[in-house]
Design a protein around this ligand. Sequence first.
Ligand code: MG
Ligand code: FE
Length: 164
Amino acid sequence: MAQDAREIFVVGLRNAHAMEIQAREMMERQSERLGDYPEVKARVTQHLRETEGQIKRLDECLAACGETSSSLKDAAQSFMGNMAAMAHTVMPDEILKNTFANNAFEHFEIAAYKSLLSLADLTGMSSAKPLLEASLKEEQSMAAWIDQNIDSVTRSYVRVAQAA
Ligand code: MG
Ligand code: FE
């Protein structure tokens, strides 16, 4: 039953891969309904492109661990299901709920990449570190943007609701 650090790292990479697939689905669904919030739509679209790159980086990290790409297919998990369901809810204040859910999701991703960096260190997988660091920086930047825009998004929502 004992797992070595390398196995734990590979499981962590697969979980992060599933997390990014979930992130991509969430943002694809949200971006279709952000017409009233062009600045949010632009930032979500940018992060969607970044997320595609993050998925490729995780593929590279798995390949560096000798894992084949076919083993990625078992990565579909719903551990973020509740948060995703919250993000999909179509309600008048959907923009606010999505903002809160996205804030939580980005912080989940930040913790996941920090943990993977520790595991890359423990397993001597130094080639994975710059890839994981690049993705971590993108998550931190997105989390900071969401935090800085909670006020403006809330004010925009009130204007949209009043005009409806
Ligand atoms: Mg991500
Ligand atoms: Fe993210």
